[in-house]
Design a binder for this molecule. Structure first.
Ligand SMILES: [Zn+2]
Length: 930
């Protein structure tokens, strides 16, 4: 990779800003030097700040509005921009304007006051920030127009070691050289956390919000997407110019563009809600005004108009546009891919009592995306794994990610976390939003399953990585905040708050928070105060315990039942290291036909509670189930005897009762028959995830388990509506390696789910390789996911030179992480049937992947493939060594390839890849000269 040096073109700006005379600049520079001398004596000492807070850089300049006009050099991956920024000092007088602007070349900078009079300045630029020292101080009564012409060079961004970066470059160009035949040419942006300043100068902080317009020049046959409304499209020869206007304030990181050959499918949301949002803009313009966005673009005016406008977002009477931007070949699946979007908008608007706050909702899918998806305001961007055909949707719908990004339109976009330390206000809420959707759409069991999975992920993460506080002032890089604590624990803490406050108080609090901080930013104290205001409760302790401190409780529960007094004693001991927690804990106690739920407040290390007999007529011991609603946020060591767990399962009415009781008895399945029978019966549970868990947890090698339920397993494999359950049944049957199942497995290679088909093929191959190989010829015509993996695996092991054609035809059709195993299988077969001509094409492909692939495992496997090819060539060279053979050239080819590989490795910066290459003997860590 090469590094392009940035040149700040001083001379250029002086000539272009014709109103600034050279003499004026010289005089001004002299004055500035004197000023700098005075400032030297005023060195301030900053006191040590404990990590209970992180100093937010003061707001000096406030951006009111930004008009961004961009066009692109697609070959050089450059963005040629013109930006007009309306800004003012936030509160105090200042003589400097500092903007985030990464890896740019500036061609013109012009500063005018509200009377359109030019203000002289002295610029400096360090590749990250542009600083403009002004001739005179400006006050918060001055509204300034700053005009910038620049070229952004996102591919020239380098890290602290001078290596080119793959992520955090804001603007990404895809396949512009068209060297991947089945990949479209596109460009897209990714702002979060602070990367949009790689394509437009701005203040790239979450607490700086402004209105904006983005005008994009693009090829005529392409389609653009950006925030807000598309207000005009002008055609000019082979290009067109789309103008998007966003008239509600939002931070820089939520701005977006996507340009490519997209097919747009439109839906409509007609929902209405009798709610208006009045928004407050923190000390902006004036308390009741916002900038009129119409004036900067179209009206050449002598002064800047700041027009008071009490802006209230309203849904137009004919409904709101909901649209899906997809590659043309997926357009027919648009409504399946983005299924439920409209219903979700309706549900969230009603649940929150705050209408969807933007004037459209679009979703776009792009290639080579660097993350999962991004909630850009009114225009969510998804990675291409969301783009699925109907068979892929059988294996996995997109519900979670669609719900998550949509909920962000309220939490994150309408109200934004004030700093990254408070990211839970974005991400914890978005994850919580998924849970709300599941609860509404699929019912209590589905929501409990989601909550249970979040809790397990969090506990796992806490044990293996960190269990720090949700509000984290100690992060090094904003990227570090995007972790399981913020997402999964965040969602669970919100669920806990919901359970403690009750449904009405909790959602009234959310409504108040969304309304009072609409189009603004908030921190955790702001959120707490809103929840306190609506609930009338003091929530300091709750917020301190769950948001500001880390850790979680581990409780050990013991039970003692006294026959004589019919009293059940429950003892709870907190066993975690560190602080004690205070929390309510519920128990569902069942005796005879009666069930009652008791909630106890836990404050001390050890607490005991007595429960009297609840059913006067019952002769049985009471059965107890802790935390029946799944609100407890921690680990439970439940010393309930196993037969009580079985009892809980047998009388269970919820997902949680089932999953937790089964989980508790699984370890004893080989020694206790009743446990074994309970688990075997659970493969017929009404809840699909319980069927799946039972299939996964049963030890199929013990006690003739398999034969006892064989017919039922076949029934499940044939009929279960859940593809994961079918796949699990096929796996269990396949692992028996019984040739009487050959026909069964052949049949299931045609399952609608690629996963079921792939697993069936895998076991078919183990039983009858030749049948499997011949099935592959047929199956390869429509193979994705697991089915594709198995086909290429079988070809690599048992295929012949004819099957190489499949690898050559597919090599640009598969993407993302799936390329990793593909490359390994490809190179394995290639080496078996080596021809110099074919190898050239394959080597080119492996080199491209090693150099450019965004997935580290793909790069590792590509390097390995190249190494294997060279080893094979060495082998052939040593074997033959005759000068009549084309092998004569191998020596040169081997050396050239090694040189190329080493060149690529020099630019590799992933530790994971470099460590793998050290093991492969392809890379040596440079020895530190010190
Ligand atoms: Zn998110």
């Amino acid at each position: 990779m090469k590094t392009i040096h940035f040149i700040f073109i001083f001379g250029c700006y002086i000539m272009m800003s014709s109103c600034i005379s050279q003499r004026a600049v010289a005089t001004y520079m002299q004055q500035k030097q004197t000023a700098a001398n005075i400032q030297l004596s005023e060195i301030k000492v900053t006191p040590q700040i404990p990590n209970k807070h992180k100093i937010i850089p003061p707001k000096v300049i406030d951006i009111l509005h930004s008009d961004i006009e961009v066009k692109f050099n697609w070959d050089l991956h450059q963005c040629i921009g013109k930006e007009k920024i309306i800004l003012k000092p936030f509160m105090y007088e200042t003589d400097s304007i500092v903007l985030d602007a990464k890896s740019m070349i500036f061609h013109e900078i012009k500063i005018e006051n509200s009377q359109r009079k030019e203000i002289l300045y002295l610029p400096s630029y360090n590749k990250k920030q542009l600083t403009l020292k002004l001739e005179n101080k400006i006050s918060s009564n001055d509204t300034i127009l700053l005009t910038l012409r620049y070229t952004a060079l996102p591919d020239s961004l380098v890290d602290e070691n001078g290596k080119a970066i793959r992520n955090n470059k804001g603007l990404y160009f895809v396949n512009t050289k068209k060297d991947e035949p089945f990949k479209p040419t596109q460009l897209w942006t990714q702002g979060e956390p602070e990367s949009n300043s790689c394509w437009f100068p701005t203040i790239d902080k979450t607490n700086e919000k402004f209105t904006s317009s983005i005008t994009i020049e693009l090829p005529k046959n392409f389609t653009s997407l950006s925030n807000g409304k598309l207000v005009s499209t002008k055609f000019d020869g082979d290009t067109k110019i789309d103008k998007w206007v966003n008239d509600k304030p939002m931070p820089a990181y939520l701005h977006m563009m996507a340009v490519g050959d997209f097919n747009v499918t439109k839906d409509n949301w007609n929902g209405k809600l009798d709610t208006t949002i009045r928004y407050r803009i923190e000390n902006k313009v004036s308390s009741e005004s916002a900038v009129d966005t119409s004036i900067q673009q179209d009206t050449p005016s002598d002064s800047l108009h700041i027009i008071a406008k009490d802006s209230v977002p309203m849904i137009e009477t004919n409904g709101m546009e909901v649209s899906y931007y997809l590659e043309p070949s997926y357009a027919q699946n648009a409504r399946s891919i983005f299924k439920n979007t409209v219903e979700m908008i309706d549900f969230y608007s009603n649940k929150l009592g705050v209408i969807y706050p933007w004037n459209k909702y679009a979703q776009v899918v792009v290639r080579d995306y660097v993350s999962g998806a991004m909630e850009n305001t009114s225009a969510t961007l998804h990675g291409d794994f969301v783009q699925k055909n109907n068979r892929e949707l059988v294996d996995n719908s997109n519900d979670d990610i669609i719900a998550h990004e949509l909920f962000h339109q309220w939490f994150g976009d309408l109200v934004t976390c004030k700093t990254w330390s408070h990211l839970v206000l974005n991400e914890g809420f978005a994850s919580f939003g998924e849970l709300l959707w599941y609860e509404y759409k699929y019912g209590k069991d589905a929501a409990q399953k989601k909550g249970y999975e979040s809790l397990n992920r969090y506990i796992n993460y806490a044990k293996n990585y960190s269990d720090g506080p949700l509000i984290n002032y100690d992060y090094k890089n904003p990227d570090d905040m995007f972790n399981v604590i913020t997402y999964q624990k965040g969602a669970r803490v919100l669920q806990l708050l919901r359970s403690e406050l009750g449904e009405n108080a909790f959602f009234a609090g959310l409504k108040s928070y969304l309304t009072n901080y609409a189009y603004s930013s908030a921190d955790i104290d702001d959120f707490r105060k809103e929840m306190e205001k609506t609930s009338g409760r003091d929530l300091q302790l709750f917020f301190e315990q769950w948001f500001l401190n880390g850790g979680h409780p581990i409780i050990d529960i013991r039970y003692d039942y006294k026959d004589s007094s019919h009293q059940l004693m429950i003892q709870i001991e907190q066993k975690q290291n560190g602080d004690l927690f205070k929390f309510p804990l519920s128990f569902k106690v069942s005796q005879g036909e009666v069930s009652k739920t008791y909630t106890f407040q836990i404050n001390k290390k050890i607490e005991s509670f007595n429960v009297s007999q609840i059913d006067e007529n019952a002769n049985s011991y009471p059965n107890v189930f802790v935390d029946p609603d799944g609100n407890f946020l921690g680990e439970i060591i439940d010393n309930k005897p196993f037969y009580n767990h079985i009892l809980t399962y047998n009388h269970a009415t919820s997902y949680l009762e089932k999953v937790r009781s089964l989980q508790n008895i699984v370890p004893l399945q080989n020694s206790v028959d009743t446990i074994r029978f309970t688990l075997l019966s659970a493969i017929n549970d009404r809840i699909d995830d319980i069927r799946l868990k039972a299939l996964e947890w049963i030890n199929w090698n013990e006690h003739d388990n398999f034969n006892q339920v064989k017919d039922f397993l076949i029934y499940i494999a044939n009929n279960d509506f859940n593809a994961k359950v079918r796949a699990s049944a096929v796996r269990i049957i396949g692992e028996k390696k019984d040739s009487s199942f050959i026909d069964f497995l052949i049949k299931h290679t045609k399952d609608s789910s690629y996963t079921v088909a792939g697993i069936s093929l895998k076991y078919l191959y183990q039983l009858a390789p030749f049948i499997a190989l011949s099935e592959c010829q047929y199956l390869e015509k429509d193979a994705k996911g697991e089915l594709f993996n198995q086909i290429t695996n079988i070809y690599s092991e048992s295929g012949n030179e004819n099957n190489l054609a499949y690898f050559f035809s597919e090599k640009y059709k598969i993407f993302n992480a799936q390329r990793a195993s593909f490359i390994t299988n490809f190179s394995k077969l290639l080496i078996k049937y080596f021809t110099p001509n074919q190898s050239q094409e394959a080597i080119r492909y492996f080199l491209e992947r090693a150099e450019n692939d965004t997935y580290s495992q793909v790069r590792i496997n590509a390097f390995r493939a190249l190494k294997q090819i060279n080893i094979h060539k060495e082998f052939l060279l040593n074997q033959e060594g005759v000068d009549t053979s084309p092998i004569l050239y191998f020596r040169n080819e081997i050396d050239n390839l090694n040189t190329k590989i080493q060149e690529i490795i020099q630019n590799e910066k992933s530790k994971e890849v470099l460590n793998a290459l050290i093991i492969e003997g392809m890379y040596k860590e440079p020895v530190d000269s010190n």
